[in-house]
Design a binder for this molecule. Structure first.
Ligand code: KIV
Ligand code: ZN
Length: 514
């Protein structure tokens, strides 16, 4: 019989902490609900002591996610971290405290400035304190792959004795080769007494593009939990991608003889929802969820596919929930059809949100003949999941052309006040952004600007994505419209509203080294 591998999703924690992927509490809950439909085993919802927003997100996810799914919160080994994590997790059906400390000499000497003895003592105390709150305690040796193997065995042994129930072995900097990672797990399995009483977990980063391979090698050596993220997002080059791990396990069960509890047909929706929320697109050739993952372009491939799908297809698009038809609704479609289609796309709206989305949907139907899935997701992002709108676009007027100075006049509403300014610039977009800066008093650095047609056709909805930097923090904004200058203004305002809406900046010092 195949051995069950637990899928620990850390999209909301390790994924969210990378630049451009920040989500507010509402967005995190929306994604957590989809992760529950995907049937992951553990959702790591955040790092409660890192910021009030992180705390709130872990609390809200804990209060709302049931169905036997474990909700984890990350904390360092300090008492106040553990207490704060528990405060956020206490309402979860299955709460897990996940505590960690770095164990490599390089981290202990330069970052923690602690000796091996002090690190071990801190870990033991933390695990015991966490066990005082819950029976489910995970302990991670940060930078385990650059840790002296003897010391790693001692640390793991001490954490098990102190009551840890899951031991996580992170390749924090994505340095290990697959066979090295496997050997590390093998050494622990052989040398640590009672290792068979706990779940050993893999947590691999992708700096050398080896995160998935390393996790799989870990599984071959006895790992029973894999930590991963949707679309492989995460610090620097990201974490091991959930969809790649799960589909490899499913497709190569003949070799691995393991299985997961994931409902693979929800994979595509989950990936789409993450893209919708964060505005960061997936590269087209990304395995499993990229736009080209199941596209067969070359004639010889198409011929093979038509003769028999198995010639070039090792798994079906249906198995990961890629929709067969992308054309969905039109102006005769009703509220019920919209609700059903959104559910198929992984978005379950309450009545109030559905009404707002429906109004926008009807407006769009007046402008476009065909409304595609991506149009619907754009509506959800804009109307429902949207960041609280401190500044609302009331009016935009611009003029540009050959031999004239591009100018824009913009009117924004902030609560009951109306502000109006004009600006000029290198083009109408630049002029619009300058007028917005004058009103908000925020002068961000524009790091990136991109524009694409969300769907096909001359009447396609244009989507603009901007990346701005304010006080060293990168924020992404998205806006859609059939008019690209208006889409640009909306995207820029969306990013500004995210900046303004941040209640408190994340405690940088806490996030370092994770
Ligand atoms: O990469 C890492 O070491 C981590 C730990 C905190 C688990 O994210
Ligand atoms: Zn990590």
């Amino acid at each position: 019989m195949a051995t069950r591998i637990l899928i620990f999703d850390t999209t909301l924690r390790d994924g969210e902490q990378s630049p451009g992927y920040s989500m507010n509490t509402r967005e995190k809950l929306e994604l957590a609900r989809q992760l529950a439909r995907l049937r992951v085993d553990v959702i790591e919802a955040g790092f409660p002591i890192a910021s009030p927003d992180d705390f709130e997100a872990v609390k809200v996810v804990s209060q709302n996610i049931r169905e036997g799914i474990t909700v984890a919160g990350l904390c360092r080994t300090r008492d106040q971290d553990i207490d704060r994590a528990w405060e956020a997790l206490q309402h979860a059906e299955r709460p897990r405290i996940h505590t960690f400390i770095a164990t490599s000499d390089i981290h202990m000497q330069y970052k923690l400035k602690m000796s091996r003895e002090e690190v071990m003592e801190a870990a033991v105390r933390a695990v015991r304190r966490a066990r005082g709150y819950t029976d489910d305690v995970e302990f991670s040796c940060e930078d385990a792959c650059r840790t002296d193997p003897d010391f790693l065995c001692q640390m793991v042994d001490a954490a098990i004795k102190a009551g840890a129930t899951t031991i996580n072995i992170p390749d924090t900097v994505g340095y290990a080769m697959p066979w090295e990672y496997g050997e590390r797990i093998c050494t622990l399995m052989k040398r640590v007494p009672n290792i068979d009483t706990v779940i050993v977990s893999a947590h691999c980063h992708n700096d050398l593009g080896l995160a998935v391979s390393n996790s799989l090698e870990g599984i071959r050596q006895g790992v029973r939990q894999v930590e991963c993220t949707i679309n492989g997002i995460g610090e620097r080059a990201g974490n091991a991608s959930l969809e790649e791990i799960v589909m490899t396990i499913r497709t190569r069960r003949d070799l691995l003889n393991v299985e997961t509890g994931v409902n693979t047909e929800e994979i595509y929706k989950t990936s789409k929802l993450l893209t919708t929320i964060t505005g960061v697109p997936v590269q087209p050739n990304k395995a499993i969820v990229g736009a080209n993952a199941f596209a067969h372009e070359a004639g010889i491939h198409q011929h093979g596919m038509l003769s028999h799908a198995l010639t070039y297809e090792i798994m079906t698009p249906q198995s990961v929930g890629v929709p067969q038809s992308r054309l969905v609704l039109g102006k005769h479609s009703g509220r019920h059809a919209l609700k059903k289609r959104l559910q198929d796309l992984g978005v379950d709206l309450n009545e109030e949100d559905l009404n707002r989305a429906f109004v926008r949907f009807k407006e769009l139907c007046d402008k476009k003949k065909e409304v595609f899935d991506d149009d619907l997701l754009a509506i959800v992002e804009e109307q429902v999941l949207a960041t609280p709108e401190t500044y609302v676009l009331e009016h935009l007027q611009f003029a540009s052309g050959t031999n004239m100075i591009p100018t824009a006049t913009i009117r924004l509403k902030k609560q009951d006040e109306i502000f109006q300014e004009s600006g000029w610039g290198d083009g109408p977009v630049d002029a619009t952004f300058k007028a917005i800066d004058q009103i908000t008093g925020i002068h961000p650095r524009l790091k990136d600007y991109s524009i694409r047609a969300v769907t096909s056709g001359k009447d396609a909805l244009g989507e603009v994505m901007v990346s701005i930097e304010v006080d060293g923090q990168t924020v992404i904004g998205r806006g859609t419209s059939t008019d690209v200058i208006e889409a640009s203004a909306k995207a820029y305002l969306n990013a500004i509203n995210r900046v303004v809406g941040r209640q408190a900046p994340p405690a940088k010092e806490v996030r370092q080294g994770v």
